[in-house]
Write a protein that binds this ligand. Structure first.
Ligand code: ADP
Length: 331
């Protein structure tokens, strides 16, 4: 009901809507309308009441509230169910629990803050309150479990395109799915899977985007390597608009991948890649070598041509890719 009240106020703003009109349209009492308005105000909506005229929506809160996101979404199923939390340990964990309870395909969990955000290989992701987009999406694809790692490349492409479009900054992708801005880490992506032999039950794809984390708030050990969008734009970034655009692109590319495979997604990935064509140092558990990153193959694995001309295929996993000092440095 509150969403409907909000929709009417939004459509009419800056004109007022009387309590009587709201009550009539929605088939509830004026007192019930008044109570809903109080709750909306507590959530942070600016709603002014003018005697004889009614209510005017004057501002919306700087929060990732589902009705605000819904207003800007163009998706068919992704983000049509949103679980919003002020604070979670990890949005991936929340969404995995919801998935086990039968949450719908495309459900999103978004939080203002994560107290134990996760990165790859059990590393942490710093997610301070109100300063970023910390969210996870639930997908139930029909493709095979071995295709799942490609989703992280897909997520990187969707995030980069949305950031470029909404914020006007040139984010780039370091293989496989690190999104960098001015050579520093802007985004972390972690995909987790529940699967049986030959069948994916669900994927949870978590993304953390540093939108406006003040430098002094960033833990000391990350300060040199991390960056926020606002560090570059200087101004305010509309978190809701950015999240909606990321979800739009995620659905677009996901549907393309489900129908026609990941070819088109990988072409976009190549366009935004900062790794291809560069000299890289591959640090694998069993060996370390230097070569040129020439392409990604149909699995999203990186192909590195070594100095002797042979090509090694590098799978994402416990492998670090470093730019080689002096030659082809990142950004
Ligand atoms: P990796 O970069 O090792 O593949 P992830 O993409 O999962 O792993 O990111 C986790 C790493 O990112 C952490 O080990 C930490 O160094 C760094 N990190 C954590 N939080 C942030 C943040 N908000 N911004 C930038 N880097 C971060």
């Amino acid at each position: 009901m509150r969403n409907e009240i909000l929709k009417i106020l939004r459509d009419k703003a800056p004109e007022p809507v009387s309590g009587e009109e709201l009550a009539r349209t929605l088939g509830i009492t004026r007192t019930a309308i008044w109570k809903h308005i109080q709750v909306l105000k507590e959530e942070g909506y600016g709603i002014e009441a003018f005697t004889k005229k009614g209510y005017v929506l004057t501002s919306v809160p700087d929060k990732l509230l589902p009705p605000e996101i819904g207003e800007k979404l163009h998706t068919r199923f992704l983000g049509r169910h949103i679980c919003y939390e002020e604070s979670v340990v990890s949005s991936n964990e929340v969404l995995k629990k919801l998935a086990e309870q039968g949450a719908a395909d495309g459900t999103v969990c978004v939080a203002e803050e994560q107290t134990g955000g996760k990165g790859r290989l059990r590393r942490g992701w710093f997610s301070p309150k109100g300063k970023g987009l910390w969210f996870s999406v639930l997908l139930k694809p029909s493709f095979l479990p071995q295709e799942a790692p490609k989703m992280t490349l897909l997520a990187a492409v969707a995030v980069v395109q949305a950031i470029r479009e909404v914020c006007g900054v040139e984010a780039q992708i370091k293989w496989p799915n690190d999104v960098l801005l001015e050579g520093k880490k802007l985004v972390g992506i972690l995909t987790e899977m529940s699967a049986e032999f030959g069948h994916i039950n669900y994927l949870v794809c978590g993304t953390g985007i540093n939108v406006c984390v003040p430098k002094e708030m960033v833990p000391e050990d990350l300060r040199a390597s991390a960056i926020s969008i606002a560090d570059v734009t200087g101004g305010k970034v509309d978190r809701v608009a950015l999240l909606a655009r990321v979800l739009d692109y995620m659905e677009l590319y996901y549907q393309e991948a489900c129908q026609n495979g990941f070819g088109a997604v990988f072409d976009q990935w190549r366009k935004y890649s900062i790794t291809l064509g560069k000299q890289v140092k591959v640090i694998a558990p069993d060996k370390t070598y230097v070569g040129t990153a020439v392409d990604i193959d149909s699995m999203g694995a990186l192909q590195v041509r070594k100095e002797d001309g042979t090509v090694e295929t590098v799978l994402a996993g416990d492998v670090s890719i470093r730019p080689v000092r002096g030659k082809g440095k990142y950004a």
